[in-house]
Design a protein around this ligand. Structure first.
Ligand code: NDP
Length: 686
């Protein structure tokens, strides 16, 4: 049993102060012992002040930082929380979670922050806006163009979380919102809010996040939603019932508050018809089902509720799952022999028992007894313990597709054809995740294409990926987490997608000069600045967007082409065989290699002496637009397109627009050159 102490009543963190509800609060009971852990209440909390503080203090402070600076703080915070995780683990025991369960919640949450920190640095610019897609030419003359741009909203992100993941549930929403420039107001599920509160206390005490960028409501959400408006968002995880209430809230209906929902999800796992009783895949399938039934005592939004198997294998599958379930020890999660802890509360256990009763109208229990379980190290009645329960559906059963038992419960359903398997999966009316266990690529293709429209994520598991597979139930920060239909229709994670979800996308139309100014990135057609100093002689501090070198010219001779062909071994006929080249519909004669043109271009624009340019690390968007024929004359315009200082290095990235043109001013090659440039003259290699 944990000895980690919790204050007698949880506090909310509002407008820079800790606030204790004024009515004494509701008791929150230990899931294992039934003893009171703490009390929780938001009575008397000033919700208007909470939202105003986020809008006026937190939001502006976050938005002053670039994406890279925000990412740096997330990393610092993840490191900080990692140093305190033993305290969180100790508290988590009281929610009924085993150490393995807590790993998913605590290390999973911290890992998600690390992942967003790294994605923010690598995939977002060191800026406060993000460009979306390519420039759209809107007029023939090139003076009117369009560019989509994401900006941060001057609003707040309210995050209403379920009881089952008090740490991950908060951090997985906080990280993308923070990167997007939004202050967060976190409202955890009351049953386990003491774990969230402990984490928030650590975050606030660390002083890493700007004041106002994270506030906490322990207890009821009260009038919080009444305070929200057009620039605000609510991300909700919990029951479909509460989701329906939130969807009808006037703030959502009439004031444009964006509501993201992740609710009940009747996830399934399908065993492919190719799998035989001797195949590794059968074992993988069975293990997957048992893991998902028992981790967090099945209180996972991604847990497998429907086990869909080919009719001929149904008996073998039921037998194998039951045999594994029989080895699951239930009891005090602090006891190392225990594999499955308690449900979050006695109330939750009653809900799950009711759900099992509902399922029994069309399914029979084949393993477990909802009324009885042998418990190790704890009192079976005071703690919210429940046996894992496996049911087998009768033909045509409806309930398994409608009732979500939020506990260690799953139902086996059988199918005849693959179409039927897909149809059964779709009867869940939209789920977070499905898994398909098959070693047959054709089955994978047919089933995956049928399942995809109904799911946010799909795991295809077989002997080849099993060792590295992260499993059915683990949402990953880089992949979409959320599902269509009944699962709520949201997408909480998915790498940078989740950041952009929080931002506003706007189509900006104007001249190239105006777009250059608005976006901070040189736009083709905008003014180029030629000041007589080669831009390769300028440090990052001296370079400006638009700085350009217009090079001398060079004629590409037949000797050049022959030499390049011999030297590189690229003797493709269009460069070496005049007759065959003449017959080519695109060239009509010998042409220079594209890579020769790009190499000659570098010879034209490079300033060779040591200086601030440290390295060339690639090119983007290379296109060969017009063939370069023998004796064509080329020249290059190289223009600073984007400057990205690296926050933790004495150099930054410079993206150059390179346009190689021929003697008729036609572009023959266009691309972006990517270089690393010293921040100041003192950091140069010269
Ligand atoms: P709830 O929907 O009751 O609660 C989720 C969150 O919403 C909690 O923070 C809760 O606060 C808050 N809340 C409740 N009512 C309101 C309201 N009117 N306005 C604003 N916020 C509100 O779900 P639970 O977490 O209690 O779980 C109940 C059931 O939901 C589970 O048994 C399960 O079936 C399902 N569920 C499904 C999940 C999924 O993703 N598939 C995840 C979690 C739950 P408070 O705790 O203070 O009431």
């Amino acid at each position: 049993m944990s000895t980690q102490t919790v204050s007698t009543q949880l506090e909310s963190y509002v407008a820079g102060r800790w606030f204790r509800g004024t009515d004494g609060g509701e008791p929150v009971l230990d899931a294992v012992t039934g003893q009171e852990v703490t009390r929780v209440s938001s009575h008397g909390l000033d919700f208007a002040a909470l939202v105003t503080h986020a809008r006026e203090v937190g939001g502006p402070a976050v938005r002053r930082l670039t994406f890279h600076e925000r990412a740096g703080l997330l990393k610092e915070l993840a490191l900080h929380l990692g140093r305190h995780k033993d305290d969180f683990y100790a508290l988590s025991l009281r929610t009924g979670a085993t150490r393995r369960d807590s790993m998913v919640d605590i290390d999973g949450g911290i890992g998600t922050m690390f992942s967003y920190a790294s994605k923010g640095k690598r995939e977002l610019p060191n800026d406060t806006v993000v460009l979306d897609g390519a420039l759209e030419p809107l007029g023939k003359g090139g003076t009117f163009v369009g560019q989509h741009l994401y900006t941060s909203r001057p609003g707040v992100a309210v995050q209403i979380n379920a009881f089952n993941f008090p740490v991950w549930g908060m951090l997985e929403k906080l990280a993308p919102a923070f990167l997007a420039g939004l202050p967060s107001i976190v409202k955890p599920g009351s049953q386990t809010a003491y774990v969230t509160e402990a984490v928030v206390r650590q975050i606030i005490a660390s002083g890493i996040l700007p004041e106002g960028s994270l506030q906490l409501v322990c207890g009821s959400a009260g009038t919080l939603l009444d305070e929200l408006g057009e620039q605000d968002a609510v991300a909700f995880t919990g029951s479909a019932h509460t989701a329906a209430i939130l969807r009808e809230h006037p703030a959502v209906l009439h004031r444009g508050v964006r509501l993201g929902v992740e609710a009940d999800s009747l996830n399934c796992s399908i065993l492919g018809p190719d799998v035989t009783a001797q195949d590794d895949e059968l074992d993988l399938f069975v293990k997957g089902v048992v893991t998902e039934m028992t981790v967090k005592a099945g209180q996972k939004c991604t847990a497998i509720r429907r086990v869909i198997v080919p009719e001929p294998l149904a008996d073998a599958v039921v037998e194998a799952i039951s045999a594994r379930l029989a080895r699951i020890t239930v009891g005090d999660p602090a006891d190392e022999s225990v594999r499955m802890g308690a449900l979050a509360s006695l109330g939750q256990r009653e809900e799950v028992r009711k759900a099992i009763e509902a399922l029994r109208t069309s399914a029979d229990i084949v393993y477990g007894d909802p009324a009885h379980v042998d418990v190790v190290g704890a009192d079976a009645e005071r703690g919210a313990f429940l046996s894992p329960v496996l049911l087998r559906a009768r033909p045509g059963a409806a309930e398994p597709h409608e009732v979500e038992p939020f506990g260690p419960v799953a139902t086996v359903l059988t199918y005849g054809s693959l179409e039927e398997a897909v149809d059964l999966a779709a009867r869940g009316r939209g789920s977070l995740v499905a898994s398909l266990v098959t070693h047959d690529p054709q089955v994978a293709r047919d089933v995956a294409r049928g399942l995809a429209p109904w799911h946010g994520r799909l795991l295809i598991l077989d002997r080849d990926d099993a060792a590295e597979s992260t499993g059915h139930g683990s949402p990953l920060p880089m992949l979409v987490h959320g599902g269509p239909g009944r699962a709520g229709g949201g997408e909480e994670l998915g790498g940078v997608r989740a950041v952009l979800h929080h931002m506003q996308r706007t189509a900006i139309q104007g001249s190239p000069d105006m777009l250059t100014s608005v976006t901070g990135r040189w736009t083709p057609g905008a003014r180029r600045a030629v000041d007589g100093v080669h831009p390769f002689r300028k440090s990052l501090a001296e370079l400006h967007i638009g700085d350009t070198i217009e090079t001398a010219t060079r004629t590409v001779t037949l000797d050049d082409i022959n030499h390049f062909a011999e030297f590189t071994g690229d003797t493709f006929y269009a460069h070496t065989d005049p007759e065959a080249a003449a017959a080519n519909p695109f060239f009509g004669g010998l042409v220079a290699h594209g890579y020769l043109v790009v190499s000659l271009a570098a010879g034209l624009f490079v300033d060779p002496a040591p200086g601030p340019v440290l390295a060339n690390f690639g090119v983007d968007n290379l296109r060969f637009r017009t063939p370069v024929k023998v004796d064509d004359t080329i020249r290059v315009s190289l223009t600073v397109k984007q400057i990205t200082p690296r926050t933790t290095a004495d150099y930054g990235e410079v993206r150059w627009d390179a346009t190689v043109s021929n003697q008729d001013d036609e572009p023959v090659a266009t691309y972006d050159v990517l270089t690393l440039v010293a921040k100041t003259a003192g950091d140069t290699a010269g």
